[in-house]
Design a protein around this ligand. Structure first.
Ligand code: ADP
Ligand code: 5GP
Length: 211
């Protein structure tokens, strides 16, 4: 069926925005609901937090291991986030999934997002914004995963990150979680309908029928 073609083309989806805004929470809800979407698990040199799992949240690396991955060109993008730990998106997984028609979700910082935008101009760029800065601060504290120093560093960085909002295709305010998830779902669906691969495949199919 012609209508099925749209479900067979994947997009690279970038969810970005300040730490604590709810990117992980929104991403997890989307992954629960959509089996045609997968999450790109990043590599990081930061310490594992309580409750995190290897290969689910991150692949935890030493600085030396991370450097080897950089040298072997294994990253689609990588960054030293907050001037401390390294974070990077393994390239192979993303490329394989996209080739299979599965959309891939990246939860990455704004600097990394700008690198993806440059290298993959077709990536769908979504900025998640907080309803207020005070609420962002409350969420960073409420998450209970960071030291006071890390919270203040992340919060200070947020103000710089907000300045890049115009570089994104979409801005979703994460006030009510379910509404934010719905907004992102609308973006995912319309991005599929707007995808070049989808349009090409659709017209190939229609032309083949005519012949
Ligand atoms: P990020 O991945 O952007 O760093 P998280 O997903 O870890 O952020 O969310 C930070 C904190 O905010 C978590 O404790 C999460 O439960 C909470 N949170 C996320 N979305 C909302 C929301 N819409 N309303 C209230 N709290 C939220
Ligand atoms: P956290 O330490 O809270 O898990 O993540 C800190 C920040 O790093 C978040 O803003 C998150 O989006 C970002 N991040 C996670 N993985 C990657 C990645 O692979 N690349 C980049 N550039 N940023 C990442």
């Amino acid at each position: 069926m012609l209508i099925d073609i749209v479900n067979k083309t994947g997009n690279l989806i970038v969810l970005s925005g300040p730490s604590g805004v709810g990117k992980g929470t929104i991403g997890a809800r989307l992954l629960e609901k959509h089996d045609d979407l997968c999450f790109s698990v990043s590599a990081t040199t930061r310490e594992m937090r309580e409750g995190e799992q290897v290969g689910v949240n991150y692949y935890y690396k030493t600085v030396q291991e991370f450097q080897e991955m950089i040298d072997n060109d294994e990253f689609l993008e990588y960054m030293q986030v907050f001037g401390r730990n390294y974070y990077g998106t393994p390239r192979k997984f993303v490329e394989e999934k996209l080739a299979q028609g599965i959309s891939v979700l990246l939860d990455i910082d704004v600097q990394g997002a700008m690198v993806v935008k440059k290298n993959y101009p077709e990536a769908v760029m979504i900025f998640i914004a907080p309803p207020t800065l005070a609420e962002l601060h409350r969420r960073l504290v409420g998450r209970g995963t960071d030291t006071e120093e890390a919270i203040e560093r992340r919060f200070a960085e947020a103000k710089t990150e907000l300045k890049l909002v115009n570089e994104y295709d979409y801005v979703v305010v994460n006030d009510d979680l379910e509404l934010a998830v719905e907004d992102v779902e609308c973006i995912l669906r319309s991005s599929r309908l707007a995808g070049k691969e989808y349009k090409d495949e659709l017209f190939r199919t229609l032309n083949a029928e005519e012949a």
